[in-house]
Design a protein around this ligand. Structure first.
Ligand SMILES: Nc1nc2c(ncn2[C@@H]2O[C@H](COP(=O)(O)OP(=O)(O)OP(=O)(O)O)[C@@H](O)[C@H]2O)c(=O)[nH]1
Length: 600
């Protein structure tokens, strides 16, 4: 445990809209506190995951302990928790906030307040945080610190006259940030003698050390050698090591109240470590657990199948490890006639889905097929029962269904005036209902209700391209509503291909059905007979394409019967048939699924 008194500890998160400079500022703070030498500061330290560095976004909340000799002559411990800025990762944000007393709010002074700035600030206010505003990127000619200050006061509703003006890039006024943290944030509270209550903030799998747990000690003291108990799961473990991130993992003898650190306890069962659980001592347990986190509810599901069926167990194992690292991710086993054994996986949004998929392929070396993303529908049967539909393939015959409800969201979109028209058109094309339209300077803030189904379907991409990346977007779930939805099945040579079926609003069904048939026509190679590709609602075909037969074309040249040459040609045709999936008589290459499922 540190000898530093509680009054000299500050725990804070950095919150910001995406790209406003959180990670850059975090690096500067680490550098200013001398936690790493310049040579060690390669790139952005906190964004350590390979994928994060490549995409330049923060996915996992990271944490680091800094020591800062302040102007008041005292040396402070500053525990910094970096948080992701993207809307899909709001869950990670709420976890980091629960472990801290305050937030640094970073606003890009050349962009001003954005949708995600607001969403994050409201979460911080909910977590009872003291908020220290920081105006970043004042080195840019386009920076308007005064205007941004005003916006923070008017739109966010917190005082900003003392907001620190900085450039995280050039390092301008980083000391101002450190001083503001020490001056304006409250120190943590807690009694080192009390029974242990440590909040399980995060856990992940390290291939050398096994399971690592990140904790925030609220009450009591945790020492190496202690026997701990997870209050929710009841699992007990002996602590091999406790330590802090500086930012390298550094063992310490003990962690006391107000401290943030890690536990390594040779934990085998990843299922024992539920994020949000309270860790206490086995011998002298706390009377009650800490309030946990709101459980996260996946809103988008898709199937993930190994390209090579032998990888199924490896996939199961990898999903388990990812789940440990990311409590907002869910999975259950699924089988598909088209794709074999796999998993139905739930995500907080499309970016989340994409990130998990990429992590599986990079970190775990898995080659996967993903089915089209689907939202969760509520299906009321004529017999009065209700079920949640995660997979379009499970949709029963419509004659058995009384009604289907789909999830809606309330979306806030902030966009420069000149792009507003395009955004309004996009929202109404996607069945959106406008709730509000206001202006902040020359930027419009449109609030819409939209069916989530229409948003999982390439909405971000369209929004970005229509506004050249200037629009910012945030949403929350906003209930379920009855809707005229249909399941569109895709039939190849009259055999349904389960992995390609999807649910759409009736008004969009024809167009989407036609598009996917046209695409499949391109993707499925010609075979020895004619193949019909159809899209159907129930037994009614709504779109059809035909792939002509191939046999004549290939062997026609061999007229007259050079039998060996003919055989060679047919052999050649068979080549590349590896990795084919059989549907009735038709073989469909795996690559066709991949391409068809990628289609928007
Ligand atoms: N000119 C200028 N650019 C900056 C400054 N701070 C950050 N940037 C740049 O802004 C971009 C985004 O910075 P990041 O620190 O990655 O932003 P972030 O908020 O962490 O983004 P996410 O992690 O994706 O949420 C990078 O290209 C930075 O180099 C600054 O003070 N001035």
């Amino acid at each position: 445990m540190t000898d530093t008194p509680l009054s000299q500890i500050r725990n804070f998160s950095i919150i910001a809209h995406i790209d406003h400079g959180k990670s850059t500022l975090a690096d500067r703070l680490i550098e200013a506190c001398g936690a790493l030498t310049a040579r060690e500061m390669k790139g952005q330290v906190l964004d350590s995951m390979e994928l994060e560095q490549e995409r330049g976004i923060t996915i996992k909340a990271q944490t680091v302990r800094l020591t800062y000799p302040a102007k008041d002559g005292k040396t402070y411990i500053l525990n910094l928790m970096d948080t992701p800025g993207h809307v899909d990762f709001a869950y990670e944000v709420s976890r980091s906030l629960a472990a801290c007393e305050g937030s640094l709010l970073v606003v890009d002074a050349s962009q001003g307040v954005e949708a995600q700035t607001l969403a994050n600030v409201y979460q911080a206010i909910d977590a009872n945080h003291e908020i220290v505003p920081v105006l970043n990127k004042v080195d840019l000619p386009a920076a308007e610190p005064e205007k941004t200050r005003q916006q923070i006061e008017e739109v966010v509703g917190i005082p900003a006259d003392e907001a620190v003006e900085i450039s995280a890039k050039t390092g301008l006024n980083i000391e101002g940030v450190l001083e503001a943290l020490v001056r304006d944030l409250p120190p943590p509270e807690g009694d080192p003698q009390a029974p242990l209550q440590a909040l399980l903030v995060d856990s992940w799998y390290d291939s050398y050390l096994g399971v690592i747990i990140l904790v925030r000690i609220k009450e009591g003291t945790l020492r190496t050698g202690d026997k701990i108990r997870m209050m929710e799961t009841g699992a007990t473990y002996n602590v091999d090591q406790v330590g802090v991130f500086q930012p390298k993992m550094t063992p310490v003898k003990a962690l006391g109240p107000g401290e943030i650190g890690y536990i390594n306890a040779a934990i085998k069962a990843v299922a024992d470590c539920n994020v949000g659980d309270t860790i206490t001592h086995d011998q002298r347990p706390a009377p009650a657990p800490l309030p946990g986190f709101k459980p996260s509810i996946p809103v988008v599901w898709c199937g993930l199948f190994p390209v090579d069926a032998d990888d199924f167990e490896k996939l199961r194992d990898s999903l388990g490890k990812l789940r440990l690292n990311d409590a907002s991710f869910h999975f259950e086993m699924e089988t598909s006639a088209a794709l074999g054994f796999g998993f139905r996986c739930g995500f907080l949004g499309l970016l989340h889905l994409e990130i998990i998929q990429e992590r599986l392929s990079r970190e775990f070396n898995l080659d996967l097929i993903a089915t089209a993303p689907s939202v969760v529908y509520k299906l009321y049967r004529t017999d009065g029962s209700m079920e949640e539909l995660h997979n379009p393939a499970d949709m029963p015959d419509l004659s058995l269904v009384e009604r289907i409800e789909e999830p809606w969201i309330k979306a806030s979109i902030m966009v420069p005036d000149e792009y507003l028209g395009a955004v309004l058109t996009l929202c109404s094309e996607r069945r959106g209902v406008q709730l509000d339209l206001t202006y902040v300077g020359n930027r419009a803030m449109a609030v819409y209700r939209l069916p989530l189904n229409e948003v999982v379907f390439d909405f971000y991409d369209r929004l970005k391209s229509l506004t050249r990346g200037y629009a910012s977007f945030d949403y929350q779930m906003d209930g379920y509503e009855e809707s005229d939805l249909v399941r569109i099945s895709i039939l190849v040579n009259h055999e349904p291909v389960d992995a390609l079926s999807f649910v759409a609003h009736r008004s969009a069904a024809d167009a989407r059905g036609r598009a996917i048939c046209a695409k499949l026509k391109e993707l499925i190679p010609r075979q020895l007979f004619k193949i019909a590709i159809q899209a159907a609602i129930g037994s009614k075909v709504i779109a059809r394409e035909t792939i002509g037969a191939l046999s004549k074309d290939v062997t026609a040249k061999c007229y007259g019967g050079d039998i060996s040459r003919k055989r060679k040609l047919l052999e050649k045709q068979k080549e590349g048939k590896k990795r084919m999936r059989q549907f009735g008589k038709v073989e469909i290459p795996q690559s066709a699924f991949l391409a068809a499922l990628k289609m928007d």
